[in-house]
Design a protein. Structure first.
Length: 596
């Protein structure tokens, strides 16, 4: 079992210790085109919510919160930098319709000092990303890309690292991007190296130039951020993204509706004893992180304090950004405000942190896909009730929720495009039973009851299958039972699953290509028929047809094996000890370490 060091600092000394440097790091990540403020579930915020101060985030509020934090630190003679850890593209109709043309000017307006690339920056290919980078003034960093494999990315504004001069101190910011991007997005010929060796190489290069404070800024997920903090000797701290992890203190009192993954900051102790803070600030502009760090003369962290802050209506908005977003919004709402149907229930994603695997919103999407197959079978005069009774969909394709209270449960075109923004093509595929089972096993192979924060993308949902998992069994042997709906039957019902049988399944192009590492589909599917519809089209048509939807949790995913020892579940062996009393010149600073 992995164990880490949680480092909590109680700072009883005000001001900066003589010879030491204090810096505030304001940061966020995974903004995902939330230019306008949102409701608490990061979906669009209606006007009546705004009037009642029930909206969160948005670029205007993010900018004002950053400015306020920086000005507050300036009053205490403390310098600040503003960092962003990628994924500004994709997630709302703003990006679906306007692409990089809306992102570049509004990102620049935020005043970010340095940002990393995210995997979704590649969603529309290299040329789209190059246009974005060429129109963006904010420096973008990523040290683990082989640009010789994609020469188009040799642009002025993409570099391995940036060195900032802050109050006479050189601060190196090194970027990194998850290699999984090649399975998650459209990287074309780009080669992406493992993060840690390249970070070590770039950090040594900066150290040789006299840069002592080195920040890792990247988009690989909280689990990888921790490994980077452990293994890259020259790193001072890590600012991450990708896994949408909310770090917050106190951990047992979340500030809003999100689950807290770990305390803020999360502190890793390297083998040498060096302390490396790791931070992340959820997603969708709902939070901003404020980390106050004191460094010694060698760039080592002496103390790190702070928290993530939920950007609710108590925060003001930057007027210029608010005005600019309003112009884009007015144009967007004219096109996308049309109501397609209504929901009587809250449509929610899976929540693996609370062991909620089955999701009614996934049931809605996969059932809608099966329904599209039924319509196509009818048009083709297929004798069975349908030619494709199964549908699969990747968990990472669901990007939002839909609130049945908001707007009387109305589902607008904007809501649907926020929910399914990728417009992924659909195919009817002939899939061997053993491949279906392998996909189910892979779905839970990475699930660890003590380590859930990097699990988001590795799960698949089906309509037409019922599966029972047992998480007490080892990965690869966790599927206990599968039932499959019949095809050649007058009354559709669930029957025994046969690994040797070929099943017709509707899959997304993302899964067929091996997205999210579901390579079993790309390896074994030889017979496929492209449908002239996308996942987004299917959901729109289904909601229009049904008029009112109310998908339920119907037991298609049953997960056993949650009995766990409380201390083991959190990976905690607690012992408290007072390490040292430090006196420097005339200032006294008491630091307590809690080893976990």
């Amino acid at each position: 079992m992995k164990s880490f060091v949680l480092f909590v600092v109680i700072d009883l000394c005000f001001g900066t210790v003589a010879g030491h440097f204090q810096l505030q790091i304001v940061h966020n990540n995974d903004m995902h085109a939330r230019f306008a403020e949102t409701d608490k579930f990061s979906a669009s915020c209606p006007s009546d919510y705004a009037k009642n101060n029930q909206c969160y985030g948005g670029y205007a509020r993010t900018k004002q919160a950053a400015v306020d934090a920086i000005e507050e630190a300036n009053k205490r003679n403390i310098s600040s930098i503003f960092l962003n850890a990628g994924d500004s593209f994709q997630g709302t109709p703003y990006y679906t319709i306007y692409k990089w043309k809306i992102v570049a000017p509004l990102v620049d307006a935020l005043g970010i000092d340095v940002m990393s690339l995210g995997n979704h920056e590649f969603d529309d290919g290299i040329d789209n990303l190059v246009e974005y980078l060429n129109h963006l003034k904010t420096p973008v960093v990523a040290c683990n890309l082989n640009l010789s494999s994609e020469s188009r990315l040799n642009v002025r504004n993409l570099m391995p690292s940036v060195v900032l001069n802050v109050n006479g101190h050189s601060i190196g910011v090194i970027g990194y991007l998850t290699p999984d991007t090649k399975f998650l997005s459209n990287t074309e010929n780009l080669e992406i190296f493992d993060e840690i060796p390249k970070l070590k190489e770039e950090a040594k290069r900066l150290k040789a130039k006299g840069v002592k404070i080195i920040i890792g800024l990247g988009h690989s997920g909280f689990e990888k951020d921790i490994k980077i903090a452990q293994e890259v000797d020259d790193i001072s701290l890590v600012v991450g993204g990708h896994s949408h992890s909310l770090l917050y203190s106190p951990k047992d009192k979340p500030p809003s509706s999100e689950n807290v993954v770990a305390s803020y900051p999360y502190i890793v102790t390297q083998k040498s004893g060096k302390i490396v803070p790791v931070v992340q600030a959820y997603a969708f502009t709902k939070y901003i992180g404020k980390l106050m760090v004191t460094f010694d003369d060698d760039g080592n962290v002496i103390s790190a304090t702070g928290n993530t802050v939920v950007l609710d209506s108590s925060f003001g908005k930057d007027s210029s950004i608010d005005k600019e977003v309003g112009i884009w919004t007015a144009s967007l709402r004219q096109r996308l405000g049309v109501v397609k149907g209504y929901t009587r229930v809250f449509l929610q994603k899976s929540n693996f942190l609370t062991n909620e695997f089955e999701s009614n919103i996934m049931n809605l999407v996969t059932d809608a896909i099966v329904d599209s197959g039924v319509e196509i079978s009818k048009q083709m005069n297929v004798t069975q009730w349908t030619n494709a009774p199964l549908a699969a969909y990747q968990n990472g394709g669901i990007r939002s929720t839909i609130d049945n209270i908001k707007n009387g449960g109305a589902i607008t075109l904007e809501d649907i495009l926020t929910l399914l923004p990728f417009k992924d093509a659909l195919y009817i595929c002939s899939v061997p039973g053993f491949v279906l089972k392998e996909s189910l096993e892979f779905s839970v192979s990475k699930y660890d009851k003590t380590n859930k924060f990097n699990y988001l993308h590795y799960f698949i949902n089906y309509s037409g299958l019922r599966v029972v998992y047992n998480l007490n069994k080892p990965p690869g042997n966790r599927v206990e039972n599968i039932k499959v709906i019949c095809t050649n039957c007058f009354k559709p019902k669930y029957e025994a699953f046969d690994e040797k049988k070929i099943y017709n399944v509707i899959l997304t192009s993302f899964l067929i290509k091996g997205g999210d590492n579901f390579f079993m589909f790309s390896k074994h599917i030889t017979d496929k028929q492209k449908l002239n519809i996308t996942d987004t089209d299917v959901l729109i048509s289904y909601i229009e047809k049904m008029k009112i939807v109310y998908p339920i949790i119907d037991g298609r995913i049953v997960v056993n094996g949650f009995q766990e020892n409380t201390s083991a579940a959190h990976g905690i062996n607690v012992s408290f000890c007072l390490i040292f009393l430090m006196c420097v010149v005339s200032s006294i600073r008491y630091t307590y370490y809690f080893i976990i």
